[in-house]
Unconditional design. Structure first.
Length: 407
């Protein structure tokens, strides 16, 4: 009888933690899994003059958490990269500025993939993931985080669909024309009339509706309205840390019952109690404003500004220290969700390059630790495959199959 490498590795991964060889098979197990993260803010780095996705950077040197070499090192096969637009004023000028910013970001993502066709490939349907991974390339699905760039014209979502966007996050830190934010005062009591239109069009196009950042009322209404399962692309558990950006157990159960998935976020202030520190916030905002990248900068200027930002952030951390969540704390959100709804409805959306990262898991190179921990807890390779990619792909497939119109 021959034992396949896969069977052997699977058996070794199941050995007790004291077995000295266990670190190796678990590393192999992680590399074998198709690993996707459903919320990568890495496109923000693409706007920085001279920043090269193909070079290895570090959080210490330039505050980034994902690049091609680190994706490989961490065994991240790809994921959903966000076309994120900060919530600006909701007047005509603000909406136009948001629209332009989102299209420019979409263009930068396409430029990245076009410049490295042997390293990245845009993905549009669930089936693309395995094919792209098998060809040795990284998988790039796209989402919008904050639908504000659509302005008054919901039909603009079709253009984003044609650009390849397959997931739509309606809202960010503030309420917008589509509904209420988890971190703002209720204005619409959930979705606005335009928000309902957006949910319907998203469904018709076959896009996944993303309720991360949305208020509980928006979540409930999206669940009622959507023909397809929905996603929380980067959220945590309110039972572990009571924060409006996290979600309660009943809602996680409802999400799972309808086939959806919660992808656990590693954003510090949602994992642990971080006391308000307006002085720190003001100082950080001023520093970031002063040193924000501009398209007219040379690469040298951008580099110098980034170094100053890193130095400034270290000084701010020393002057206004802030509690920081640990890897164990991140895992307590993961395991809480897993205990509640099982491995078919939980995954990873770390918010890399968007504020994610904890002590002990500072960038994407550290994600094999998640697999290692879950394997130790007894999760099987099949369950880990669902957790790391299968669940998100199932939701993507279900949304696609529930579509009604061609874009
Ligand atoms: Zn976010």
């Amino acid at each position: 009888m021959t034992i396949s490498r896969r069977t052997l590795m699977g058996a070794l991964a199941g050995l007790p933690a004291i077995w000295p060889i266990q670190a190796k098979p678990q590393a192999a197990l992680h590399q074998r899994l198709l690993c996707l993260d459903t919320h990568l803010d890495t496109p923000a780095s693409l706007a920085r003059p001279g920043w090269d996705m193909m070079q290895r950077h570090s959080r210490d040197s330039d505050l980034t958490q994902v690049d091609y070499p680190r994706m490989r090192a961490g065994g991240l096969d790809g994921g959903v990269v966000a076309i994120y637009t900060p919530q600006g004023p909701l007047d005509a000028a603000g909406m136009l500025a948001a629209r332009d910013a989102a299209f420019l970001r979409a263009m930068q993502i396409r430029e990245l993939v076009a410049a490295h066709p042997d390293k990245f490939e845009l993905a549009f349907v669930a089936e693309d993931a395995a094919r792209i991974a098998a060809s040795g390339k990284r998988i790039i699905y796209q989402s919008i985080e904050n639908a504000s760039p659509l302005g008054d014209d919901v039909s603009l979502l079709r253009v984003f669909y044609r650009l390849g966007v397959r997931m739509v996050g309606f809202i960010h830190f503030k309420n917008n024309q589509f509904g209420d934010s988890a971190t703002d005062k209720p204005q619409w009591n959930g979705l606005s009339p335009k928000g309902r239109e957006l949910a319907a069009l998203g469904n018709d196009l076959g896009m996944v509706l993303d309720a991360s950042h949305a208020s509980d009322d928006v979540f409930d209404q999206m669940m009622d309205l959507s023909r397809a399962p929905i996603i929380l692309s980067h959220s945590g558990c309110r039972a572990v840390h009571n924060h409006p950006r996290n979600i309660d157990d009943d809602r996680i159960k409802k999400l799972a019952a309808k086939g959806g998935t919660i992808q656990i976020n590693s954003y510090n202030a949602y994992l642990i109690d971080v006391p308000p520190n307006p002085e720190r916030d003001k100082t950080v905002a001023a520093l970031r404003q002063r040193l924000r990248p501009s398209p007219n900068q040379s690469a040298t200027e951008a580099d110098a500004a980034r170094r100053e930002l890193v130095k400034g952030m270290k000084e701010i951390d020393a002057r206004f220290p802030e509690p920081r969540a640990t890897f164990d704390r991140y895992m307590s959100h993961v395991t809480h969700a897993l205990d509640l709804v099982g491995p078919d409805h939980v995954g990873v959306g770390c918010d890399w390059d968007g504020g994610g990262g904890v002590t002990g898991m500072e960038d994407v190179t550290a994600i094999p630790k998640i697999t290692e921990r879950l394997a130790k807890l007894g999760y099987t390779e099949n369950q880990l495959a669902a957790f790391w990619g299968g669940n998100a792909l199932r939701v993507l497939k279900a949304a696609h199959e529930a579509r009604k119109t061609a874009a």
